[in-house]
Write a protein that binds this ligand. Sequence first.
Ligand code: FMN
Ligand code: SF4
Length: 654
Amino acid sequence: MSHPRFPHLFSPLEIRGKEIKNRVFVPGHNTALSEGGKIGDAMIAYHEARMKGGVGMLMTEVHCVHPTYMPLGRAWATNEECLPGLRRLARKGRDYGVRVIGQVFHPGRVAAASIDGTKMVAYAPSEVPDEMYKHVPTPLTADLIAEIVTAHGDGAARMAEAGLDGVEIISSMGYLASQFINPRLNRRDDEYGGSFDNRMRFVREVAADIRAKIGDDMILGLRISADEMDEEGLTIEESREACAALDADGVLDYLNIVLGSTATYTGWQHLIPHMQYDAGYTGQKSGAIKSAVERVPVMIAGRINQPQIAEKILAEGEADMIGIVRGHIADPEFMNKAREGRLDDIRACIACDQACIGHRLKGFAVSCIQYPETGRELAFAAKPKVDKPRKVMVIGGGPAGMKAAAVAAERGHDVTLVEKANQLGGQALIAQLLPGRAEFGGIVTNLQRECEIHGVDLRTGIEATTEIVAAEAPDVIIAATGATEHRPDLEGLDGAHVVGAWGVAQGTANVGAKVVVYDWHANWIGLGVAEKLARDGCSVRLCVNGAMAGEHLPMMVRDGWMGQLHKLGVEVISYARLYGADETSVFMQHVTSGEPIICDDVETLVLATPHKRQAGLWEALHGGDIELHLIGDALAPRTAEEAVLEGLRAGFAV
Ligand SMILES: Cc1cc2nc3c(=O)[nH]c(=O)nc-3n(C[C@H](O)[C@H](O)[C@H](O)COP(=O)(O)O)c2cc1C
Ligand code: SF4
């Protein structure tokens, strides 16, 4: 019987005689959980959470296949040592009825990682430098091409031996196979370059070698960008032509479509699209590929974060399966909740890119700012009930307090949350007001829902005092009282027209036409208020206490934002340290030379300076009889991510 709400999403699909129970898969994503190139306990627990959550198919992260690219922090399929981990994953897949596909990979010239801190030799079809990683690649010899083709087949053979259901060739995102197909990057004059068929030779040889080694029973798919979305990458016409040819060859069983390329700043914008891109915008592009192929199913991933959007793409015939990575990082139970109609309970990914790809790019395990259990499954996936429920009072209804309350309640405690504002959310309510950041407010909706599901008594509009605490008589207090803006004690600020960044975001500050934004944080705040003021018609100079504006943001968020500011004519001054202001000027110095940086003709100085923690209640209660925990910005002002993580830890500690 078809699903009443999502008939397409929950209809099975057969690929090479193997049934997939529904139309959603978790595409490959590097978790940074591999251990010495191998799958260990942490990665198994990570994938098991998603399998348990009801997804139909799951791809491993990219597995390196050849010694020319085998950095630490990536998984390797280069020798027998990968077998035990892959076998465990395959067994888990069978336990949960989830198909498991292994990705085989070579990046070619976009060799992002290093093995020992040195810049590695990047091999590519031709000597065409990339914009992102600054490689001048070494052209592959025919011998090395043959070796890399064979290495793909050998890696795939190991995946077959381990019992996986299939293998996926990475020809997406500007990686090696795509570089061969692309006439602007492939300038060879041998049998691998020139004509279309010559440029397709590498990927066809890889597919043929894999098929010969894995046999006819296993699924063989290929990931490709429908459009690499930049000046030099594969265009949609070129990808359509390649996909049509591969479809006609009859070797592959599916085409898995994404957008973007890792080779350029613009290409990166579309790989893991942030919240300035509309949810579901990728569907159109897979539709263009689908109309070019006749035989194989077409899959799409990218910014699909709700079952309604996935259903629509399927219903409109733009794809046959939907890939959801961040939606599963934010909520491993995505598919179970969709199936059971618990749509309000789905913790939709807000596309902030902060703790998933943000962590990965820093070499740490992927997680989620809304759901820090991700990547920490061994410690936090199961939430054991407490033997003796206690009365827990959480003070402060920002992200830290809400998470602490939800987790403590889920574990069986009797939890009350008290928030002095009339609305839950704390600083997240301000952050969502910045241009293009409205979706950030989803963190509040999602955490509030988590509290409601677990029965937290939510009380707003009440400022907790020692008297209220005494009347409540809790066994435990979790203080999550947050932080506020703080004006630094600097020369002349009292004589200047100075406003805080929060007031600008909230629209309550009175701002002149010529503005200097001083941004100590080098994150969202300075960029956001600069954009808002520029859109309001102000002339804006953004002075950053860092190497660049947005230095502490995930790079794709920063890069996209810098493009907006460039279009709006915002002047950016980096390496600036504020030391004073008067009625018309802002005085700064260069952080290393110490030379003055003076902005004249200023009407308003907007300050995005360090926040001050609000721990007064905790200090008043400290040393008394009640068990106390201090978390989030009240402990040390940071971001929503640390707040929610500390909420999780506090929920476990009580
Ligand atoms: C942390 C992270 C690592 C990724 N690593 C890979 C990878 O190993 N292989 C791959 O094909 N795509 C990788 N991707 C891209 C995803 O498969 C997917 O295409 C992208 O996240 C967009 O889908 P989403 O909007 O559902 O997250 C990665 C994405 C993330 C967030
Ligand atoms: S950190 Fe942000 S982008 Fe990443 S999964 Fe969580 S909500 Fe989505």
